[in-house]
Design a protein around this ligand. Sequence first.
Ligand SMILES: Nc1ncnc2c1ncn2[C@@H]1O[C@H](COP(=O)(O)OP(=O)(O)O)[C@@H](O)[C@H]1O
Ligand SMILES: N[C@@H](CCOP(=O)(O)O)C(=O)O
Length: 293
Amino acid sequence: MQFTIQVPASSANLGPGFDSLGLAVSRYLKVQVLAPSSKWVVDHPFGDSVPYNHNNLIVQIAQKLAPNLPAHHLMVSSDIPLARGLGSSSSAILAGIALANELGQLALSQADMLLAATQLEGHPDNVAPALLGGGVAAYYDQKNVYQAPLTLPQDFSLVTFIPNYPLKTADARAALATELALPQAVAASAVANVMIASWQAGNIEQARRLMEADQFHEQARASLVPHLGTIRQVAHELGIYGTYLSGAGPTTVTLTTGQQTQALITRLQALDLPGEIVALVPDFDGLVIQHKE
Ligand SMILES: Nc1ncnc2c1ncn2[C@@H]1O[C@H](COP(=O)(O)OP(=O)(O)O)[C@@H](O)[C@H]1O
Ligand SMILES: N[C@@H](CCOP(=O)(O)O)C(=O)O
């Protein structure tokens, strides 16, 4: 049985939705499952810091779910950069779960896969959209995952700055406060609630302003991502609101429509920031498995 698992990247938080909001985006991890083999072999383009054998995250996750899985040769390709805030680890976790589900015939439903992925990642904001596609709001109470799709504005792009240096999610989480005072917690949740309601109501301009009003994580991470303020400022000069830290960073995303997209790209390119500036779009397919005829 030969098949390919495709999982999109994801951009989590969307500003104030820390650990609960995310959007699947148009970069992809592809895992071709080739012939059975005496040992696990994982060909991939990431370099020597990522294992080529059974220690690879995808295989580790698959074996957690199905310990007796027969070893196979996997061919991995990906344009999701590692440790940049585009959910590479969530995509790899989902690929491992899908690998176990297919090869081990576990008959996991989509809901089972979401719960397993959330338990392994610790929060659902990347794994839910990467599995389901589109925008998703999700909550994990350490037992169940509650999720609902987000109604997104039509025809928007995500002008994305991907720095050429990594920031591990664990390191960016270590910068966060362990507790919030009640007034700040109320404000932080109010910003997120009104942002979502504004999107649903079609008040996109208000939603874009509130995307920039997060009180959970962006201020605490500001020193790790000094370009966030710069990019936000340049976007404001063009009248564009809706710049946020993608996941734990260092990538930033700005929502744009129509001619805003190229105008912002041109202005950001002139800054000569160390990294790539690219326009991504939402992915609506989520995790897809293709069997070879
Ligand atoms: N396709 C993959 N195969 C194996 N390991 C992966 C893969 N994608 C991500 N990882 C692991 O996840 C790490 C990045 O995870 P993390 O710090 O959470 O950043 P991200 O924001 O990209 O999810 C990588 O350094 C690597 O160890
Ligand atoms: N809510 C998490 C999201 C981490 O996303 P990643 O793409 O950086 O792994 C956080 O902000 O820590």
